[in-house]
Design a protein. Structure first.
Length: 175
């Protein structure tokens, strides 16, 4: 199944921020990077799947924190393009395309996705801790895994996306 690349119009069926040929060019321009070798050696279908996973990761982890509002609201498939968005220096972000930083972040995440899930499911085995919180007559029980490793966003992705976020800073993504 071919990628459906966001073209700047807020496509409802978009599943990637960048075309495969553009992602291939991104990694071809960085032949010294270990990830470039892994990218070049992967099958086209695997690279496309990795770009889809990267777009989903950007949407889940950063979508609500990007500046501005979705161009077509909830009907568009991905969190970009956006309107009324400004970067942290106050410059307007064009509303008819995906910012270069988002496309580059998707490339970085996609290459890592070839090695495994970007945000793996939390472990189901191991020690589970529970906490009871009581406020007046209301009691809440929270369960969580103890000492489970939390996935983090690669620093290069955080640096690329930070200027596009509402508060201007990226935060480590936790699972």
């Amino acid at each position: 199944m071919s990628l459906i690349v966001e073209d700047g119009g807020g496509r409802p069926d978009a599943d990637s921020f960048i075309a495969l040929i553009e992602a291939d060019a991104y990694w071809a321009a960085r032949p010294h990077a270990a990830l470039a070798t892994a990218w070049a050696g992967a099958e086209a279908g695997d690279r496309e799947g990795a770009l889809r996973e990267a777009a989903g990761y950007v949407d889940r982890v950063y979508g609500a924190r990007f500046a501005g509002r979705r161009l077509k609201g909830r009907t568009q498939g991905l969190c970009w393009p956006r309107r009324e968005a400004f970067d942290r220096s106050g410059a307007p972000i064009e509303s008819d395309r995906v910012p270069r930083e988002v496309a580059m972040a998707a490339c970085e995440l996609a290459a890592r996705a070839l090695a495994g899930p970007l945000a793996p499911d939390p472990p189901t085995a191991g020690r589970i801790a529970e906490e009871l919180v009581r406020v007046d007559t209301l009691t809440t029980r929270t369960a969580y895994a103890v000492n489970s490793p939390a996935p983090t966003t690669p620093p290069v992705v955080e640096a690329l996306l930070a200027p596009l976020l509402r508060d201007g800073t990226a935060r480590v993504a936790r699972g």
